[in-house]
Structures are given as structure tokens and as C-alpha cells.
Design a protein around this ligand. Structure first.
Ligand code: UGA
Length: 434
């Protein structure tokens, strides 16, 4: 069985490498020729632990290659995984242009039966539109099937997630499609859940929105903790011991970001509203998240009063650890607000500075990038933490204090222990704990 993977973004690259690792013959394709040229030489455009090794070893074994010839890849393939982007539009809905374009391309190259698998996150009912588009554009009566197989990998642990999935969701409408996908994921047969296509599509949006809701929930509770003697980490730990709640995704902080949660929760709101469903629960979760940066900045102002001309070290720019991704990262809004107030910033992140430089280029005297957290902290009136990188959690606080102008930390991810920081003479602010 030959597999074509269309799109070599985050999901596409991991899917292509992961399917090859399962032993399949995979060709990844993208219209970005420069990207394809790089990936073919083993250069991975994103920072994702383990991905370069997985790509390289499978390319060496001859199971994986990359091409910019979309028609050729489709014609060669028995199964086509669609991994192109579905970026958000102004009204929250997903922009489906790329999916539509790919559907037409597949239809035009339908030389024999093919199974088309939606891997990108798409609104429920997308398969209807893919099917309709393909039926309109195919040149012969060659048969095809559509399936939904949403991806649940997390950035930073994507390879691990692909190779050790909690579940594989397969949404199909024919036995032929089901059997093909059961064959592809044979190795995980104990974790496969087969549903209809609408259900599979909805499982993805419902899962991400639920996780985002869970984070907003604990962030809401942290606001109560901030005004009382309660400690949000202990509240979360106490709640999490109930297996019906579970302890994961109960970490309060400066809010969720990334290319998935913010976009998916808004997309589901739009999907529901278009169907006449009251989606205010999820709208509130989105609103709570949007408010996290303001709440964090209030803490900074509580510590510094006036931000103008203050030297502020900002540690952690990625939307979460183990990635260089800054899409919808809280750091972007924090930096924007601090600059607006006239602060002078020194930024540091182990991986994401390159991406942040595209958005905020260096401006000496206003914003510079540092080669280490200690350098960023040098002469700082306050130090802010926005991503819980292990490197930051492991910082030598004594050394930091010696280099800072004022020993003030505002920790947006609760990476330090309040007592330890205070013992060393820091004025320490964090989320939902004293
Ligand atoms: C998320 C989902 O976790 C994946 O299952 C899904 O496949 C993926 O979206 C997707 O749709 O492609 P990801 O965005 O990579 O994965 O990152 P997460 O680990 O889920 O974190 C998302 C955000 O929530 C981060 O900003 C993180 O800092 C924040 N977060 C997470 C919290 O603030 N608190 C928590 O307890 C957990």
C-alpha cells in the first residue's frame, strides 16, 4: 500500500515519518519546493524532539521520500492523507480553501480507487464537501472513499505521541475504507475506535475544546486563589486525585496558546452557532484565556508600578516548552503591552528566539535578545517567566539575584517555589498561590 501525505507542516511531517516508521511506503508532498528540497536533505524546518532522527532513518531505509509533484504523488498513492492547513478566519471559522484545492487535485488525478483521509483538523461535515468536490471534478467514474483520522499529537512530544497513541479514531462510511485504515494502524489495533465520519471529525474539536476548557477552568479557580489564601496547585492536585477529573491539564498560568486550542475552540463555537446551538460555555473559556495576559500584567504593574524605562527580562517565548512555535503564544501579547508602556526588554528562549525575531526584530535600547537567561536578567528591574522550560525551572536563583537590579520575579507558569525564591530575598509573584 502506497501512502501519499499532502502537506509537510507540523502534522504532515510527523504523519509521514510516523507512517513510514510503521513500515509503510510514504511520499510526502508540498507545493513549497524550497521546503521539500530541505526536508529531502534531512533538514527539518521546525524544532520537534526526535523528528529529524525519525525522518532520516526512514529516508535511509527507503520507506520515505518527499516531492513537490502533487499530481504524481496522488497518482502513485493508494491512500492519501490530507494534512494541509485550515487556518482561522476573522469570524473564527476554519479557512477550508486548501482542503478544497487538494480535493480538486485528487479528483483530477483519480487514476484508480483511492482512500482520502482527512488528518487536518476540520469542521464536522467536511467529508461531505470533499466528497462533493471530488465527485464534481473527477474525470471518470473511478471510485473513492473518504475517511477521517484526526491527529492528537502535541507539539514537543509529537513523535512520541504518534508512536504511542492513546487512541486512533477512524471515521468511515464503507468497509473498504475501514479495512484499509485498520491495516495501516494494525500495530495499534487495541486502541482503534471506529465511528462514522461526522463523529470522528467532531471528536477532534470536542477534545481540544474540552482541554482548553479545563485549562480555563483552573485559571478561573486561580483567580479566586489569588484573592484568598488558597493555593491553586494544591487545589488542582486535590481535584486531580478524583479519577473522574484527572490531574492533567490543570496547570494554571498565563494561558493556553499554540496553533490548536485558541483556533479550535473558536472554530467549534462557530460550528455550533451555525447549527443553532448556544455555545456560550466555550465562549467563556476563550474569554477567560484572553484575560490571562491582563491578569499577568497587573501582577507586573503591582510589582513595578510604572513600566516606562524599566529593564524587564522576559524568559520563555514559545507557547509551551520543547517547541520553537510562538503561534498565539501569550508572550506575544505580553511583549506588545510592555513595549507600549515604554519598558526596555531583554528576551530569552532556548528555541523560539528565531521565530520571535521575525515578529519583533531587535531594537537596541528597546528590545534585545539574550544568549542566556542570566544575560537577560543582567541589570533587570524584574524578571518574567512565560514558558515552563526545564532550563528555566533549573535556573540558579542566587546567581540571578546577584545580576538583577531589583530582585523581582513574576512567574506566569509557577516554575519556582515561592518559599525558596523568597528565602533568597526575591519579591516573588506567581499564579494562584502566595
Ligand atoms: C494540543 C492537544 O494537546 C493535542 O492533543 C492536539 O493534537 C493538538 O493540540 C492539535 O490539535 O494539533 P498542543 O497545542 O501541541 O496540543 O499543546 P498542548 O500541550 O495541548 O498545550 C496547549 C497550550 O495549553 C499551551 O500553551 C500550554 O502551555 C497550555 N496548557 C496546557 C496550560 O496552560 N495548562 C495545562 O495544564 C496544559
Amino acid at each position: 500500500m502506497k501512502i501519499g501525505v499532502i502537506g509537510t507542516g507540523y502534522v504532515g511531517l510527523v504523519t509521514a515519518a510516523g507512517l513510514a516508521e510503521l513500515g509503510h511506503q510514504v511520499q510526502g508532498v508540498d507545493k513549497d519546493t524550497e521546503k521539500i528540497e530541505k526536508v529531502s536533505r534531512g533538514i527539518v524546518p521546525i524544532y520537534e524532539p526526535g523528528l529529524d532522527g525519525l525522518l532520516k532513518s526512514n529516508m535511509e531505509k527507503g520507506r520515505l521520500n518527499f516531492s513537490s509533484d502533487l499530481s504524481g504523488t496522488i497518482r502513485e498513492a493508494d491512500v492519501v492523507f490530507v494534512c494541509v492547513g485550515t487556518p482561522p478566519q476573522e469570524d473564527g471559522s476554519a479557512d477550508m480553501c486548501q482542503i478544497e484545492e487538494v480535493s480538486r487535485q485528487i479528483a483530477e488525478n483519480l487514476n484508480r480507487y483511492k482512500l482520502v483521509v482527512e488528518k487536518s483538523t476540520v469542521p464536522v461535515k467536511t467529508s461531505y464537501w470533499i466528497k462533493r468536490t471530488m465527485s464534481l471534478y473527477r474525470k471518470s467514474d473511478v471510485e473513492f472513499d473518504i475517511a477521517s483520522n484526526p491527529e492528537f499529537l502535541r507539539e514537543g512530544s509529537a513523535v512520541l505521541d504518534f508512536l504511542n497513541p492513546d487512541r486512533i479514531i477512524i471515521g468511515v462510511e464503507t468497509e473498504r475504507a475501514r479495512d484499509i485504515l485498520l491495516g495501516i494502524y494494525e500495530k495499534f489495533k487495541d486502541r482503534i475506535v471506529v465511528t462514522n465520519i461526522d463523529t470522528a471529525e467532531l471528536i477532534k474539536h470536542a477534545s481540544n475544546s474540552f482541554l482548553a476548557l479545563k485549562i480555563s477552568y483552573i485559571n478561573l479557580i486561580s483567580n479566586i486563589c489569588d484573592r484568598t489564601e488558597a493555593n491553586v496547585e494544591q487545589v488542582a492536585a486535590g481535584m486531580g486525585l478524583d479519577p473522574r477529573i484527572g490531574s492533567r491539564f490543570l496547570k494554571a498560568g498565563v494561558g493556553y496558546g499554540g496553533s490548536c486550542f485558541p483556533k479550535d475552540i473558536r472554530a467549534l463555537v462557530k460550528i455550533g452557532e451555525d447549527l443553532g446551538v448556544d455555545m456560550s460555555l466555550l465562549k467563556e473559556a476563550d474569554k477567560i484565556n484572553a484575560d490571562r495576559v491582563r491578569i499577568f500584567l497587573d501582577k507586573v504593574k503591582k510589582a513595578l508600578w510604572i513600566l516606562k524605562d524599566k529593564n524587564i527580562a522576559v524568559l520563555g517565548l514559545a507557547f509551551k516548552p520543547e517547541t520553537d512555535d510562538i503561534r498565539e503564544a501569550p508572550s506575544i501579547r505580553v511583549i506588545r503591552e510592555l513595549l507600549r508602556e515604554g519598558a526596555r526588554l531583554r528576551l530569552y528562549d532556548p528555541q523560539a528566539m528565531g521565530n520571535m525575531k521575525q515578529l519583533y526584530p531587535e531594537e537596541p535600547g528597546r528590545l534585545i535578545y539574550s544568549s542566556s537567561p542570566y544575560q537577560a536578567a543582567d541589570g533587570a528591574n524584574a524578571l518574567l517567566v512565560l514558558t515552563e522550560w526545564a532550563e528555566l525551572a533549573g535556573l540558579d536563583l542566587k546567581k540571578l539575584k546577584a545580576t538583577m537590579a531589583n530582585p523581582i520575579i513574576v512567574d506566569g507558569r509557577n516554575v519556582f517555589e515561592p518559599e525558596a525564591a523568597r528565602k533568597l530575598g526575591f519579591e516573588y509573584y506567581s499564579i494562584g498561590r502566595k
